[in-house]
Write a protein that binds this ligand. Sequence first.
Ligand SMILES: *[C@@H]1O[C@H](CO)[C@@H](O)[C@H](O)[C@H]1NC(C)=O
Ligand SMILES: *[C@@H]1O[C@H](CO)[C@@H](O)[C@H](O)[C@H]1NC(C)=O
Ligand SMILES: *[C@@H]1O[C@H](CO)[C@@H](O)[C@H](O)[C@H]1NC(C)=O
Ligand SMILES: *[C@@H]1O[C@H](CO)[C@@H](O)[C@H](O)[C@H]1NC(C)=O
Ligand SMILES: *[C@@H]1O[C@H](CO)[C@@H](O)[C@H](O)[C@H]1NC(C)=O
Length: 528
Amino acid sequence: IMISVRLFCFIWHGLLLFHPVQTGNVLVLPGEFSHWHNMRVIVEELVERNHSVTVLVNTASTTVKYAKEKGFRFQFFSVSLEEHDLNVMFTEFMDIWVQYPNSSILETASRVLNIMDGFVTYHRVMCESMLKNKTVLEILKQSKFDVVLHDPFTPCGELLADMLDVPLIVALKLSFGFTLERICGQMPSTPSYVPTQPVNFSDRMNFLDRVQNFLQYAFHTLMVFTQMHEMKNIFSGIKEPTTLCDTFGKAEIWLIRSYWDWDYPRPFPPNFVFIGGHHCKPPKPLPKDMEDFVQSSGEDGIVVFSLGSIFKNLNLERRNTFASALGQIPQKVLWALSGEKPETLAPNTRIYDWIPQNDLLGHPKTKAFITHGGSNGIYEAIYHGVPVVGIPLFADQPQNILFMKNKGAAIMLDLFKMEAKDLVKALWTVINDPSYKKNMMAISELHHDQPTKPLDRAAFWIEFVMRNKGAKHLRVQAHNLTWYQYYCLDVAVFLLAVVGLIVFLMVKMCCFCIRKCCWRTRRKNKTE
Ligand SMILES: *[C@@H]1O[C@H](CO)[C@@H](O)[C@H](O)[C@H]1NC(C)=O
Ligand SMILES: *[C@@H]1O[C@H](CO)[C@@H](O)[C@H](O)[C@H]1NC(C)=O
Ligand SMILES: *[C@@H]1O[C@H](CO)[C@@H](O)[C@H](O)[C@H]1NC(C)=O
Ligand SMILES: *[C@@H]1O[C@H](CO)[C@@H](O)[C@H](O)[C@H]1NC(C)=O
Ligand SMILES: *[C@@H]1O[C@H](CO)[C@@H](O)[C@H](O)[C@H]1NC(C)=O
């Protein structure tokens, strides 16, 4: 009996071991630059969970295709973008702010619109190369994916999912009431208390702020609808003419890279999942020479300094201003700077082409973080509780920094007007005024006080969609309404008509009665 029980256990164990693990087949359409670094963390988590992951990447990619495949694989599609290289266009885009920092909003807007032409072409070429490449489409069809994970930075991913007939998950940063999630995702957004870009206010708006916010909503809506028109033209040769929201609106889940530790509260539909900070991790040990440098700072600690790729375009004078300011503080500085170096560098400052930012911010000696306010960096600062000196340039950066400033966890400087003494003073303040650290720790504690980790949440919902072949039960019916149905304008018109009719009838009736009375009295008078 003993033996048979053992045998049974053995077989049972074996059955458990060889029971097919529920794993899926994921197609990832990543964005470039920081978007890919962000998405990559999810890809690695999916690989860790034994899913098969394919990353679709174009041959002109500026970031993704240089990544080492670790457990996932690339599927390339060729695209030729001679004059619309993404790097070049982004440099031009950044130049709008870097070269003409003093222009008015109107001038800036007209320059942006000019460059937008280039982006529209990029968009079109990209979509056509992806959706018209029969070979690649066939390979993708054969792969029988369970889900498409799409960063809208890459154009037309939502259409690809539609063509492959695979459930779509959209991953993006909620940019403070920006348009895609509002118009295509049906996330309720009210201009009275949800600020949109670009703003110089929080969710507590006075009358003029609300006027500005309202107009920005209108402008964004207009942009999306003109873009939809553009899309219709692009796709008429590929697919049934369709609109942006037709396809985006089909997304099963919206993975939003923010959270209430770092966004203003607002309502959202049940298929919105907030995963802000999912890329942050406990720090790993630093490389030996870096660790030695950090340790040499002693009591004063270190300052981590990274402005992303902004410096590539910045003139020598600004670099020197930074270098001279950094030379005046007692902390050691680790400065991530690619391209031209400043002329003189104080001994407390070291320049690196690349720094392990998350590990440095998690280092106990780190006192402050100088950043341009990209969302990845801000979340790492929140995760590790490091106060911030923000030097934003464009896009969502000013808003990101403004939010931290309003919470008392950051000081904001102007990249072009800033002098060395301003930076010295700002650094001194965030390091020596304990309120900054305290406020940042408060945000950090909120961030860590969640029932599940953001990365687990992301993975769970991706797996959920694969298990259940979608998440249609979370989809609000607002998607199927026209705008006048959505605002109940048809109902209002109907009710007004009913009320109008009743009023009309009552007036008529009154008139009738009055006339009858008058007539009678007149007749009476006459007979008298
Ligand atoms: C993934 O597969 C490996 C080896 O087959 C196994 O050891 C591991 O437990 C699996 N992980 C998960 C999350 O299922
Ligand atoms: C599709 O992409 C593949 C992979 O990059 C490439 O070899 C092929 O030439 C492309 N086909 C067309 C029609 O562009
Ligand atoms: C912008 O204005 C500031 C003064 O407000 C001036 O110092 C700076 O040189 C100007 N920058 C450019 C590029 O014109
Ligand atoms: C926002 O507006 C206030 C007051 O109008 C001003 O003091 C502040 O400098 C502005 N901030 C930015 C980032 O423009
Ligand atoms: C809502 O729209 C979707 C796609 O546009 C469609 O598949 C679905 O049948 C519609 N549902 C209703 C109740 O009309």
